[in-house]
Design a protein around this ligand. Sequence first.
Ligand SMILES: [Zn+2]
Length: 426
Amino acid sequence: MGRALFRNAMVLDGTGAPPFPGDVLVEGDRIAKIGPAAKLAPTSGADIIDCAGATLMPGLVEPHTHLSFLDAATPHAFSAMPPEEHLLHTLKHAKLYLDHGFTACFSAAATKPRLDVVVRNAIEAGDFPGPRLLAASVQLTVTGGVGDLREPHLDPGDAMYTRPCDGPIEFRKAAREACRDGVDILKIVPSGDTSTPAVPSGRTLMAEDEIAAVCDVARQHDRRVAAHARSAEAVKQCLRHGVEVIYHASYADDEARDMLEAQKERIFVAPALGVTYTRLHEFTNYGMPLSEQSRARIARDLDATVDCMRDLKRRGVRVLPGGDYGFLWNPHGRNARDLQYFVELLGFTPMEAIVAATKWGGEIMGLPGELGQLREGFLADLLLVDGDPLAEIGILQNRDRLISIMKGGVFHKPAPASRRHAGAQD
Ligand SMILES: [Zn+2]
């Protein structure tokens, strides 16, 4: 069994408690012991890491991941890429997330039916580096909905980035096939979006019996449902039928917010601020055109989302940072920017943003008593950070400031040799 002793760390344990000087002993894939600094005796064979006051914290969790997005300008690229290359890119992104300190990812849709499943299995088998991954289906949308890129004069056969379904029977069949393929998460798109002027964010696109059908299949197969729901009605429909993860929730009205609050022990909200914020403020830096009309529409969506999230925070709903990275203007790897948006736009303290990205991250991963906190018995997903993220939340965006990264007791990034000592033998 592998053992590692982190000595003289500033332990930021993800519970919300203030950091304290401490030692953390890892045995196998778990945290075995946490004690006062320089007081834990090195166990036989343990590698000793001299933290010298660096921050030791739980690995970050990304609650709205699209590992098969391609940092592309438009989603057409997701359908156009053949599956062989697409798998390689998805594996490359999985490693990139771990390189940036994201030790767990909740997928918010794959762009081909089995991409997430295959990558999850390869990571679990230890064949490729990557975060813990909950694999999702492709987005189940409706004809003409977000992600339906088919054009009537072209063969629609391979437009696999989403799966357009119409009526509860088609949704049920698509959901069953995804369960058969081995997904953990069924992803539905019941509302419009900022990116699709023809079906704007405030519009509700799925019928309630279609949402009910997917939720019913999820219950039968013990899977979970996540929804892209920007309109108030979409949020309400999702909550009436047991959807557990609500993305965006931009235009949730008072009734929808009351429903979210009433179900706050069960549900999670992730607004995915980054994709909208960068679309508004950084899109043109990438040579992408943005009309005044589009700018106004995007600003409206962002303002509405910020207003709703501030209210949901007050109501005690778990609102998680992260989401929708993998576009040209919002590329993979920058995901920790979302913690900064939470501080600057939503009024989270840095501590609250970190708890949302770690403790609540463990909860959305379905491992509430095991992941996302530094506590004895918890899984050893750890980051050793050069500096104090409570004083400077932005340092989490800089992979060079991550001195060491551990997932499940195994170093993905070992500390430099100058900080490591071979374990004592007895
Ligand atoms: Zn998304």
